[in-house]
Design a protein around this ligand. Structure first.
Ligand code: TXA
Ligand code: MG
Length: 311
């Protein structure tokens, strides 16, 4: 059962407790309801994907309460400063270079070296984020492929029983997701949304270019900047060969194991960190044991086959 919470102080404290324990709490933002969990915790973020039933791992937006928190997560710039001053709190997400050593799960960034950050304006979101004191990763609070939720009832319609709690803060008024602006190179609109492109151009003093390959955005694994190991990948390996770096699943000898107890949520939480670590071993091939093609295993296999694609 999913607990239904209100914006009363005791309920906010309860929601924060659930976040601290690695649980998922859906909460209102001015755009849509978000399905939030501790952005610093691999397992908490894996549970978001588990609840949503998403067939792939796309990067998630980190929600913050203060500019200070944003600066801790990303390499900040004058451009970011100007945009934040003009539009935060509000429906604008900035994709910035990830600050080395930032406390953010690689499942949030999908292994990229950039991070999407936004400071929502909804008073209940702000209350929750301030009380939590850290970044909250949150995609829209709906099962994959369903319409975005603008009410607590919409959240429960697809996620009841799959998440720990929802905070009911009334209807979201924008009803459209945040505008996403890429700032890792020249300012690029990655997703149109709650803030018009003209308003962004005005603050920046230059025209923001629109990105047309929407395919690459919805499937960030295909963008050139996406994390891909240097080593070649050999998937569904029935046995290990000499000299390979080996990634196991289930009880077996290997260099690193996604989940010895065959837990797909644990496997998802370990995926990016393990791939990085195996790649760092410098062997020519990373061999990966078969991962069952169900639940989160579908997203794991999607990510693995992208990493294995010829390039
Ligand atoms: O209004 C919103 O933005 C809502 C509320 C809950 O805040 N959230 C939301 O999250 O729409 P989601 O997961 O549906 O959208 C995340 C999208 C990704 O699909 C990707 O396009 C982009 O944000 N994104 C996030 N981090 C990125 C990164 N490092 N590089 C490129 N794109 C990124
Ligand atoms: Mg969404």
């Amino acid at each position: 059962m999913t607990i239904r919470l209100t914006p009363a102080d005791a309920d906010i404290a309860r929601a924060v407790e659930i976040w601290r324990a690695g649980g998922r709490v859906a909460f209102p933002t001015e755009t849509v309801y978000g399905l939030g969990a501790d952005a610093a915790s691999d397992i908490a973020v894996a549970r978001i994907f588990e609840a949503k039933d998403r067939p792939s791992f796309n990067p998630l937006i980190v929600h913050v309460a203060t500019l200070e928190q944003a600066r801790e997560l990303a390499v900040w710039s004058e451009t970011a400063e100007a945009l934040a001053a003009a539009f935060w709190p509000g429906p604008l997400t900035l994709v910035l270079p990830l600050r080395p050593g930032a406390r953010v799960s690689s499942l949030v960034t999908a292994g990229l070296d950039s991070v999407g950050i936004r400071m929502p304006a909804h008073p209940v979101a702000r209350q929750l984020l301030r009380a939590f004191g850290g970044g909250i990763a949150a995609p829209s609070a709906n099962r994959s492929g369903r319409i975005s939720p603008t009410r607590a009832a919409h959240v429960l319609a697809t996620l009841n029983g799959r998440i720990e709690a929802v905070v009911d803060g009334g209807p979201s008024d924008v009803g459209l997701e945040s505008t996403i602006l890429g700032l890792t190179g020249r300012p690029t609109l990655l997703r149109p949304g709650g803030i018009a492109i003209e308003s962004l151009s005005e603050v920046l003093g230059t025209r923001v270019s629109r990105r047309h390959d929407t395919e690459a955005i919805s499937a960030p694994g295909q963008t050139p900047s996406h994390y891909a190991p240097r080593a070649a990948m050999r998937l569904n390996a029935a046995e290990w060969e000499e000299g390979e770096a080996t990634l196991g699943f289930g009880p077996m000898p290997c260099d690193l194991n996604l989940s010895e107890r065959e837990d797909l949520t644990e496997a998802a939480a370990n995926l990016f960190a393990h791939l990085h670590a195996l790649d760092a071993m410098g062997r020519p091939v990373i061999a990966v044991a078969p991962v069952p093609h169900r639940g989160l295993g579908i997203a794991i296999n999607d990510r693995l086959s992208r990493a294995a694609a010829p390039r």
